[in-house]
Design a protein. Structure first.
Lengths: 314, 279
């Protein structure tokens, strides 16, 4: 077990290094001079040269990269080019918001997708199966931001059940905070609902027809117990890898949904950094975005191997 | 499986046929946009600003008085083209890399290509698009490039898996034993047998690419005004949600219908071409 975890962590390290190289290289392509972005067009050549020196932009590229990487490793994400505040501070404000929305979203997608998948598999070929299959495919096909727009228009503006924009922090008022995170979370949950439903249905069908389930049924175990205790437990395992994969899409979706609902999360942070050409902020955020995805995938892989010992030996 | 049999099995699935009809209709709309659109999609008409849907303007008008229906008809062009080009980029990057990785194996496969793929997967497409837009400018070309790169890992993994399993098959071994080089074996024997699953993946990827393009255009990173596009119309629509809800409704419906059509088609293709997933 320990060697499996160690192995997974070790393979993640070159991936993270690759990502930092890729991010750094892309940001080197950036047109224009960052000192112009900071000081404005009227800056004198002397003040710009002084700023270049202070920011270390005169050093060779590989030295700049290594010093940035060294900073990242120590948790120093640099300072915003726009207001000179530490990037870490902005991240520490935005991260809990995104984490909360992601968790609410995950909760919704699992608690809708998995039961629907079970129901479809158990009632295969029936009306419920047909309806939930169409629902799942629709959930995958709907653009998350348009789902967000519809929710905002109908549920927030017309019915007034939820706030249409903005956010309240969890530590300020937990209930209002959850209230604010529901609509963005639902918009983000639609695709995973569809994916989880189809996956659960597929693997349930496979498991239902396997020998051990037939044995359980033959020895007189009740239908509900067969489905839930024997079939579901095994059918859920593939769901774990999928959850990790879906997380990358979720982190991308956050950019659009944060913007739409004016949520001060990770997505809005990187989008506003982009709009203000704050390339130091962008560079560090891009690494953080992929780091979050890598860590989540690592955690799902490890928990997956805890649930299913077969994985560790293959 | 012959084309005839595939077509016959496909035609027996009503949902798959519905998908085919939607896709064909959307492609025709994109091609014949100039003939179908009742108005010029880019010409402002300041006497008809934010008109509600009526018999004159079937879906209403936008904030500078352009006919929404005409803009949606032309918008099909940007999205469908972006979907196809992005997937062509993904296939061009992913399939040769995956085949090579699976067929050759060894350190190239495990240490280089698979780690690169992991890194690409960890990078959300929209974030990649932001980076490329910052470096190269935000327009449809950089958006398609970002979506293409973002969709490549799925093709790398699929082509690799196909190459891994086909490599051990007798007919491939026979081809190798006859003295054919790796390139020829891959192109003539491995690739043709992997076409089915790749085609299924391509259809799903086009649907996802259209969703990504509209999301990027919604953020202002894709299609630039005044070119009509579904995503950028929604971006404007959110500013007039109360006065002109039709601007927020119909463009999304167009995206949803198109993507649903492609996904229905893709599901049908999967059922017919890819026996593994026939649950």
């Amino acid at each position: 077990m320990l060697s499996f975890v160690a192995n997974r962590v070790l393979t993640a390290i070159p991936v993270i290094v690759l990502i930092t190289v890729a991010v750094f290289s892309v940001m080197q392509l950036l047109p224009g001079d960052p000192t112009l972005a900071i000081l404005g067009d009227e800056a004198t050549p002397q003040s710009r040269a002084a700023l270049r020196e202070r920011m270390g932009l005169n050093r060779p590229v590989h030295v700049q990269y290594l010093s940035w990487l060294g900073g990242l490793a120590k948790g120093d994400l640099g300072r915003s080019l726009v207001d000179n505040t530490p990037v870490v501070r902005a991240v520490s404000f935005a991260f809990p918001v995104t984490l909360q929305i992601a968790l609410v979203s995950l909760f919704i997608s699992l608690s809708v997708g998995v039961p629907l998948g079970i129901l479809s598999a158990v009632r295969r070929g029936g009306v419920v199966d047909a309806l939930s299959s169409v629902f799942a495919l629709s959930a995958i096909s709907i653009p998350a931001f348009w789902a967000g727009i519809l929710l905002m228009y109908f549920v927030a503006l017309q019915l007034g059940w939820f706030p249409s924009s903005g956010f309240v922090r969890f530590n300020e008022d937990p209930l209002r905070s959850l209230h604010h995170s529901i609509l963005p979370a639902v918009a983000l949950a639609l695709r995973p609902i569809g994916i989880f439903m189809r996956m659960t249905r597929g693997s349930m069908l496979e498991v239902i027809n396997s020998d051990f389930v037939r044995t359980a049924r033959a020895k007189g175990v009740s239908e509900t117990s067969v489905n839930l205790r024997h079939a579901l437990r095994n059918a859920l395992i593939p769901l774990f890898t999928l959850m990790g994969l879906e997380f990358s899409g979720l982190m991308g979706g956050v950019v659009v949904i944060d913007t739409l609902f004016a949520v001060p999360g990770f997505g809005r942070l990187i989008y506003s950094a982009f709009l203000r050409s704050d390339f130091v902020m962008m560079q560090s955020l891009m690494v953080l975005f992929s780091l979050v995805v890598i860590v989540v995938n690592l955690l799902t892989d490890v928990s997956y191997s805890l649930l299913d010992p077969r994985i560790r030996y293959s | 499986m012959t084309f005839r049999r595939v077509a016959k099995q496909f035609a027996r699935r009503p949902l798959a046929m519905l998908g085919l009809v939607i896709v064909v209709a959307m492609v025709l709309v994109a091609i014949f946009a100039p003939q179908l659109a009742p108005y010029d999609p880019t010409k402002p008409d300041f006497t008809a600003i934010l008109q509600a849907p009526s018999s004159k303007y079937l879906l209403g008008t936008d904030e500078v008085g352009r006919d929404l229906l005409s803009r949606l008809i032309y918008g099909a062009r940007a999205s469908i083209r972006a979907g196809i080009i992005a997937v062509l980029i993904a296939v061009g990057l992913g399939v040769p890399t995956g085949l090579l990785s699976g067929y050759v194996g060894g350190w190239l496969d495990r240490l280089v290509i698979m780690r690169l793929t992991d890194a690409m997967i960890a990078f959300p497409t929209i974030v990649l698009a932001l980076a490329l837009a910052a470096a190269l400018g935000g327009n449809l070309t950089t958006a398609m490039l970002a979506i293409g790169i973002g969709s490549a890992p799925a093709f790398i993994r699929l082509a690799r898996a196909q190459a891994l399993s086909l490599r051990e098959q007798e007919f491939v071994e026979a081809a190798r034993a006859l003295g054919n080089g790796a390139n020829k074996v891959m192109l003539r024997h491995v690739l043709p047998n992997a076409v089915g699953p790749l085609l299924v993946q391509a259809s799903i990827a086009i649907a996802a690419a259209i969703l990504a393009e509209t999301a990027l255009s919604f953020l202002g990173l894709g299609v630039q005004p005044p070119t009509p596009s579904w995503g950028s119309t929604l971006r404007i629509g959110t500013g007039y949600m109360q006065q002109a809800p039709w601007l927020s409704l119909y463009p999304g419906l167009a995206i949803f219908a198109t993507v649903l059509g492609i996904n229905l088609l893709g599901d049908g293709l999967r059922d017919v071409l890819d026996p593994r997933d026939r649950a």
